[in-house]
Design a protein. Sequence first.
Length: 272
Amino acid sequence: MYRKLGIAIGFLVPPVLVPNVGDMDELAHHISVMFYITAGAATLIFILVLIMFQEKPDIPPSQAQVVMQNMAPQESSYRASVGRLLHNTPFVLLLITYGLNVGCFYAVSTLLNRMLINHYPGEEVNVGRIGLTIVIAGMVGSLICGIWLDKTKTYKQTTVAVYLLSFVGMVGYTFTLNLGHLWAVFITSAALGFFMTGYLPLGFEFAVELTYPESEGTSSGLLNCSAQVFGIIFTICQGKIIDYYGTLAGNIFLSVFLLLGTILTGMKNSSL
């Protein structure tokens, strides 16, 4: 939740700190101020981590950690845990589908300014607000999806539904982007953020259920690694597609992979 809040601030603050000016020296000054603020905040967080964080909690945070502590050292090592997870077929399928979904989100977030400015020149501040809308809607989606999953335990059904709605949200965003109405983009962006970001906690919870008693940290780390790899690939590919064919083709490219992810999610084993 706090990470998403940081992303929201990242969408909102830079367009305010770095206005669209023609003077390169003034622009460089604004950018340097923003970087100094970022460096100061990161340094403060680093110092707080050194002072406040302990090496490990006094009480194991989960049943999985209790089991891992009672295992032989060679069995509880990180390498052994990763090896077992990569032989877990349902988890590998989740690893791919999670990477597809979150990778698409990273690509949309990274190229948001570029896509919107193509259709709405001079609207840099509103681009930041749209990015903020995506993240705030995603925070609400994460909260609601997490509560729903905790109450119902319907892991496969919920992940398939949210994945499908992420695809629908991406299609809606794709075909409203060039209509010339910013309010429509705000609405479709909110829907996209609600379902696409709402999928994040579902992926982590599903991974824990599929991989118990493996450490949640290992499965979560692999999911994040998958998301970063797909995010880099999608961002580069969509950027090239936008260069040659426009934003519509770039967003259709992502929509195809979200549809593929929806189909693969439906193939997961739901017997937990």
